[in-house]
Design a protein around this ligand. Structure first.
Ligand code: 2P0
Length: 328
């Protein structure tokens, strides 16, 4: 599908626009085995969402790179380092990069995942790098490990067994679920994930047992996704989420990403489940509650979370596709 670009590009200039969606890990990644290559310590399993979108246009230009995020020219160390890395491997000219999110940036809604996935995909399209899906995922991982998973759609695994490239498990339509996201704060987080997970690795007394439990959770999750067992997946996902937050809370200095709305969201999801609703929660490096549910229950979950004090926004989303170029 061709889309209008928000920037005007003269004819003959190499350019592409890509769209990517955030993903939510049900078995979490928190910690790096090798920071130099951004190789995770823990395998992860995620679902890619649909209507939350990052749109990124890349065009060659003269002079130096220019990065525009949500309409504002910025210096972005993560993107700049990533471009430096790519240029060690490919001939890439100075670029105009214009990226925008239709959801809050850097507040625990996985904007770095969709951002890096869209960026790699747009650069691949504009510069004709000819990357395979696996190569694109591996490059996205070098920029931000969770981004490797947004290159693919639906249910995705990211593990050493596939050389730390994302592996699609189920297409979005093969097990349609909904995610109700209650935004309890729009503020940018004070400690980013990269810094936070390194602090955890160095200081949390729970870090070793986190790595061990993650390996078990990942294997079990692969099996329950294959047989589409919703309640078993929920039990694994909630345990993985809470163990990751136990590591965060026992980091020095402590990483407390939750607020009062986050705790109330956990309470409400558990109450809904006791009342027979098919739902489980997960929470990332931010205060937002993500309630994964069966599509027939999405409305009940939305109402229960929307009524919570302090909720600023509610998104009800389905599972979506991997990153793709929409024009080049
Ligand atoms: C995840 N998170 O699995 C976990 C859960 C946040 C909590 O992946 O350093 O932005 O760029 O590889 O990918 C966020 O970490 O970190 C993340 P880097 P990233 O979704």
């Amino acid at each position: 599908m061709k889309q209008e670009r928000s920037i005007r590009v003269p004819a003959g200039i190499r350019c592409a626009t890509a769209v990517a969606h955030p993903n939510i890990a049900l078995v979490k990644y928190w910690g790096k085995r090798l920071a130099a290559t951004n190789t995770p310590e823990t395998a992860s399993l995620s679902i890619t969402l649909d209507t939350l979108t990052t749109t990124t246009t890349v065009a060659e230009k003269s002079g130096s790179d220019r990065i525009v995020v949500n309409g504002e020219a910025v210096r972005d160390a993560k993107i700049e380092q990533f471009l430096h890395l790519l240029r060690q491997n490919f001939a890439i000219p100075p670029l105009l990069i214009e990226t925008s999110n239709n959801f809050p940036t850097a507040s625990g809604l996985a904007s770095s995942a969709s951002g890096m996935a869209a960026l790699v995909t747009a650069i691949d399209g504009a510069m004709d790098l000819g990357l395979s899906l696996e190569e694109r995922s591996r490059w996205a991982r070098r920029g931000s490990a969770s981004a490797a998973r947004s290159v693919t759609g639906g249910f995705t695994a990211l593990a050493a067994s596939n050389g730390w490239a994302a592996e699609p498990l189920l297409a979005p339509g093969e097990w349609p679920l909904n995610v109700v996201i209650a935004v309890t704060s729009r503020e940018r987080k004070t400690v980013g994930s990269t810094e936070g997970m390194e602090l955890s690795r160095r200081t949390s007394p729970f870090y070793g047992s986190w790595i061990e439990s993650n390996a078990r959770d990942f294997e079990a999750a692969l099996e329950v996704v294959a047989r589409r067992d919703f309640s078993a997946l929920g039990a694994i996902a909630e345990a993985s989420c809470l163990r990751m937050h136990a590591v965060m809370l026992t980091t020095d200095p402590p990483l407390v990403y939750w607020n009062a709305g986050t705790l109330e969201g956990i309470r409400r999801v558990r109450a809904l489940r006791e009342a027979g609703v098919g739902v489980f929660f997960t929470i990332d490096a931010g205060p937002q509650i993500k309630a994964v549910c069966l599509p027939g229950d999405a409305d009940k979950v939305r109402v229960a979370l929307a009524e919570m004090p302090g909720v600023q926004d509610i998104h009800v989303v389905g599972l979506g596709p991997g990153a793709a170029c929409v024009s080049s």
